[in-house]
Design a protein. Structure first.
Ligand SMILES: [Zn+2]
Length: 575
C-alpha cells in the first residue's frame, strides 16, 4: 500500500528525478525549472498547467531544502500573429511586430500589448503562491544577452537545417487523442489550439528562404515587423542583409543588431542550454514527431553544447460550463476567472491530485459545487487523521508552498449553501449573516469574515455564472389560488412543516423535518427507512413547497431556502 502511494505521488517522484539530474549536470547549482508563456492575448486558463506543473515540482524541491530557480519565460518578443477575437480589428496593422512593441488595447494602463496580458496572469500566479523568476525575451534579445548564441546558430545554420530536414519529411499531424486518454471534441481542439498559442507552440516557419536556410529572423528597422527575408549572411563580418515586405532593404552587423530572434525550434533549445534548464514539461502539441521538443533535443546537444531537460508531456485541461463572457475580453477563460469563484487551494488541488498525463476539465457550472464538497470531505478527513497518504500529500501541496500558507476560509460552510444564500438575499450582508447563523444556532457566525473568502467566491459565482432564469426569488405574496386549490393531504403536510419550524430551526433540524413530513403523513415514525413510495412522496412534497415559495419546481436545498426565507415568511407563504 505504501509502495503504491509513493508511485502515485508523481510530484515526489519527479522531484527525486530532477534533483538527481541537477546534481549530475550542475552540482552545487540551484535546480533550474522552466515554463514559458506567450502574452499574445488573454492567457487561457488551459495554459495554467504550463506553470503549475513545474511549480509543484519546484516547490517540492524547495521543501526539501534544495535551491530551485523556476524560470518563467515571457515570450513577449514573439510576433503578433493575429488580433484575438473580441479585440479591435484595426490592431491588425500591428501583425508581425513584437508583442512588446504593439500598443495595448484602448484604455489599458500598461505600456504594451504584452504587458497588458502579462499583468493579470502574474497577479493570478502570485495569488496561487507560485514563485518564479520572470524573464522577458524582449529584454534578453534586445540587450544582446543571446548574441553569442545567435552568431553560433548562424554559423551552424547548415547543420541546423540538416537536423530540421530529417524531421520535415516525417512531420505528422498533431495527435487527436492525447495520451491522457480523452478524445478531444471539436471545441476542445479549438481550445487546445488557443492554449497552444499561449505557449509559444503555434506553427511558425523554421527559417527556410529562397537564399538558403537562416535560423534567425530580424524585425525590420523601419516598420518593426518580421515580414523580412534574410538574403545573405557573411560569417566573418556577421553582416546580414534582409529585405522587408514594406520595401526596406538593409545590411546590418548581426553582432550589434539586436532586433530579431531565432526561430522557435532553435530558440527553445538555445534557452535550455543558456539557462541550464533541468526540467521543463510541455503540452501534447510540442511532443509529436518533428515537434519543437523532439527537434530541440537534437539541437541543444549538437549545436549549443547543452542537454535536453527532463520534459514530460502534460495533458490538456478543458473548461466547461462557463457562462458567456463579454466579448471585450475575447471570451477566453483566464486563471483570474477561475480564482474569482475558486479558493486558491481548491484550484491548486485540481492539479496536485492528478497525474499530469491525465486530461481534466475545470467546471464553472454547478459541477463546481461538487468540487467544493469533495474538497471539504478531504479537509474533514485531514482533520480527523483518516486521509490516505495520497490525499494528504495533494492536500498539503494545495494549501501551502515552501514559502507560505494560502488563504483558507475559517468556517468552510458548503459552497452550494453560500451560493444559495448569496442568491436569495441578493448579497445583503445582514440577511446573509442571520441566515448563516441560523444554520448552526449553537455556533453562530459572528462576522461574515469567518466564511470569507469562500462567501465572496460564491457571490461571484452567482453574479457571473448563475443564469438569470435560475436565480431564486421568494414570492413577495402568497399564491392564494394555489393555496386554495390544495388537496387535504397537501394541506396536512404543509401544516406538519409549519408547526415544526420553531423546534427545528437550524440546517440540521430542518433537514430532518422536511424528510420526516411525508413519513409522519404516512403514519410512520420520523426515522423510518425510506421506501420507493416515500421517496416519491418526498419529491412531490418538496416540489409543492418550491412552487409556493419561489414559483418553480426546484431550487436551492429546501432547508437552506427555509432558513433564508425566515419563519415569518415561510408561514405566510405556506398557510
Ligand atoms: Zn519593414
Amino acid at each position: 500500500m505504501a509502495q503504491q502511494s509513493s508511485d502515485a505521488d508523481w510530484v515526489a517522484r519527479l522531484a527525486d528525478e530532477v534533483i538527481a539530474e541537477s546534481d549530475r549536470r550542475a552540482p552545487g547549482k540551484p535546480v533550474v525549472v522552466a515554463s514559458g508563456l506567450s502574452p499574445s492575448g488573454p492567457i487561457h486558463l488551459g495554459n495554467l498547467r504550463e506553470v503549475m506543473f513545474p511549480h509543484l515540482v519546484a516547490d517540492e524541491v524547495r521543501r526539501r531544502g534544495v535551491d530551485c530557480d523556476h524560470l518563467l519565460s515571457w515570450d513577449d518578443f514573439d510576433r503578433l500573429r493575429r488580433v484575438p477575437t473580441g479585440f479591435d480589428p484595426s490592431w491588425a496593422e500591428y501583425v508581425g511586430k513584437p508583442l512588446s512593441a504593439v500598443p495595448p488595447p484602448p484604455g489599458s494602463p500598461y505600456p504594451s500589448w504584452a504587458e497588458h496580458f502579462k499583468a493579470p496572469m502574474a497577479d493570478a500566479l502570485a495569488r496561487l503562491g507560485i514563485e518564479y523568476r520572470g524573464i522577458s525575451q524582449t529584454q534578453m534579445y534586445t540587450s544582446g544577452a543571446y548574441v553569442e548564441q545567435v552568431l553560433l546558430a548562424m554559423r551552424e545554420r547548415e547543420r541546423i537545417d540538416a537536423v530540421l530536414a530529417q524531421f520535415r519529411t516525417k512531420a505528422t499531424p498533431r495527435p487527436a487523442v492525447p495520451p491522457g486518454g480523452a478524445v478531444l471534441s471539436e471545441s476542445d481542439e479549438a481550445a487546445a489550439e488557443l492554449a497552444a498559442e499561449g505557449s509559444g507552440a503555434a506553427a511558425e516557419d523554421d527559417g527556410g528562404t529562397g537564399a538558403g536556410y537562416f535560423p534567425y529572423k530580424p524585425y525590420c528597422s523601419v516598420c518593426d515587423r518580421d515580414l523580412t527575408t534574410v538574403t545573405g549572411y557573411n560569417d566573418d563580418t556577421t553582416e546580414l542583409t534582409y529585405t522587408c515586405a514594406c520595401g526596406h532593404t538593409e545590411t546590418v552587423r548581426l553582432a550589434e543588431y539586436h532586433r530579431g530572434k531565432l526561430v522557435w525550434k532553435v530558440d527553445w533549445p538555445m534557452r535550455w542550454a543558456y539557462e541550464g534548464v533541468i526540467f521543463e514539461p510541455s503540452g501534447v502539441d510540442h511532443q509529436s514527431p518533428g515537434s519543437s521538443f523532439v527537434v530541440g533535443g537534437r539541437l541543444v546537444s549538437e549545436i549549443f553544447g547543452g542537454q535536453q531537460p527532463i520534459g514530460p508531456m502534460y495533458a490538456f485541461v478543458g473548461i466547461s460550463g462557463m457562462a458567456k463572457m463579454s466579448s471585450s475580453r475575447g471570451g477566453v477563460p483566464t486563471p483570474a476567472d477561475a480564482l474569482a469563484i475558486m479558493e486558491e487551494p481548491v484550484l491548486r488541488w485540481l492539479y496536485a491530485r492528478r497525474r499530469p498525463q491525465q486530461a481534466f476539465t475545470i467546471a464553472f457550472d454547478t459541477e463546481l459545487h461538487r468540487l467544493y464538497d469533495e474538497w471539504d470531505a478531504v479537509e474533514r478527513k485531514m482533520a480527523e487523521g483518516s486521509a490516505s497518504d495520497l490525499d494528504a500529500s495533494s492536500y498539503d501541496r494545495a494549501v501551502r508552498t515552501a514559502a507560505r500558507e494560502l488563504p483558507r476560509t475559517p468556517r468552510p460552510l458548503p459552497f452550494r449553501m453560500l451560493a444559495s444564500v448569496a442568491d436569495i438575499t441578493t448579497g445583503h450582508p445582514e440577511q446573509m449573516q442571520r441566515i448563516l447563523s441560523d444554520t448552526d444556532p449553537d455556533h453562530p457566525i459572528d462576522s461574515l469574515d469567518q466564511v470569507r473568502p469562500r462567501l465572496d467566491r460564491a457571490q461571484a459565482w452567482v453574479d457571473t455564472q448563475l443564469p438569470a432564469d435560475q436565480r431564486t426569488r421568494l414570492r413577495p405574496e402568497p399564491d392564494l389560488d394555489a393555496l386554495a386549490a390544495l388537496a387535504d393531504a397537501q394541506r396536512g403536510a404543509l401544516k406538519l412543516l409549519v408547526d415544526g419550524l420553531d423546534e427545528h430551526w437550524s440546517l440540521e433540524g430542518l433537514s430532518r423535518l422536511v424528510y420526516a413530513v411525508p413519513k409522519l403523513q404516512a403514519g410512520l415514525s420520523a426515522d423510518a427507512k425510506p421506501t420507493p413510495e416515500l421517496k416519491i412522496a418526498q419529491r412531490s412534497f418538496f416540489a409543492l413547497v418550491y412552487r409556493l415559495m419561489i414559483g418553480r419546481e426546484t431550487g436551492p436545498r429546501l432547508p437552506t431556502l427555509l432558513l433564508a426565507a425566515g419563519p415569518v415568511q415561510v408561514r405566510r407563504l405556506l398557510s
